[in-house]
Design a protein around this ligand. Sequence first.
Ligand code: MBD
Ligand code: FE
Length: 281
Amino acid sequence: MTVNPVKTSELEKLLAISSGLVSQQGNERLKVILHQVLGDICQTIKKYDITDEEFWLAVNYLNELGERKEAALLAAGLGLEHYLDIRADEKEAAAGIEVGTPRTIEGPLYVANAPLSQNYARMDDGTEQAEIMWLQGKVTDSNGKPVAGAVVDIWHANTLGGYSFFDQSQSQYNLRRRIQTGADGSYAVRSIVPCGYGCPPDGPTQKLLTAVGRHGNRPAHVHFFVSAPGYKHLTTQINLNGDAYLWDDFAFATREELIADPLKITDTHIAEQRKINQPHT
Ligand code: MBD
Ligand code: FE
C-alpha cells in the first residue's frame, strides 16, 4: 500500500532538469536562480495565458536588444539598476555605515581609462559652440577630512545628449576625464553644459517604453566615479536644476541631495568676487 505518494508535476520535473538542479555538475547558485526565474516565467505564461505569438515576440525582442547592445539601457529604464542602489542603501543603513554623498546609477555609457591629470582638466575638445561649465569640488572622508590623491572620473553628454565613444561623431574621450585631487582634496574642471540624454528613438528600449506609455529621457546630468585607496568606491551623478526632466528621469537616478544649481557667471558676478577677494585700500 502506498501512503500519499508525492506527485511531481510535469512542469516541476521539466524545471528541475532544464535548470540543471538534477545534474551533478555545474554551479549550484546559478542552478537555483535559473530554476526560480524559469518557474516565474512559466507562472506568468499561465497567469496571462501568453500566446505563442506573444512568446516569440518576446524572444525576438531579446535578440534585438542584444543586436543593438541595449540590455543595460533597458535595465536602467525598467528601474532595475536603480533598485540595486535601493538595496545597497538598505544594506548600509542596516549595518549602520555612515554615508556621505549618495550613490546613484552608473548607466550604460561609461568608458574606462579617460585621460588623467592632477587638480584640473578641460573636458571638452573645443569643437562645440556651447555654454562653458565650471565644476569644482572637494573629496573628503565621512568626517569631512580632505582626501588627497583621490581619482574623480567624470563623464557627461554633449549639447545633443550624446556620449563620446558611443556617438562616433565625437573625438576620443571627449567629455571624459579623470582628475586626481591635490593635498586639500580639491579638483576642478572646465567643460560645456550638457543636454539630457534620450534613448535611441528607433531602438528596442524606446520601443518597449513607448509601448507602455513612457518616454526615454534623462535630465541633464554629470556622472562621477570617486575612488581612493582604502575607501569605498562611489558611483554618483549630479543633475542640473531647471531641467524639465529633473524629477521625470526615465532611469530613476535623481536624488534630492544630487541636484546642482547652475550659477551663471556674469561680469557683475566676477566683479563681486574681485571685491570679496581684494582687501580694501
Ligand atoms: C545615460 O546617459 C544614462 O546616464 C543612463 C543611466 C541611461 C542612459 C543614458
Ligand atoms: Fe548619462
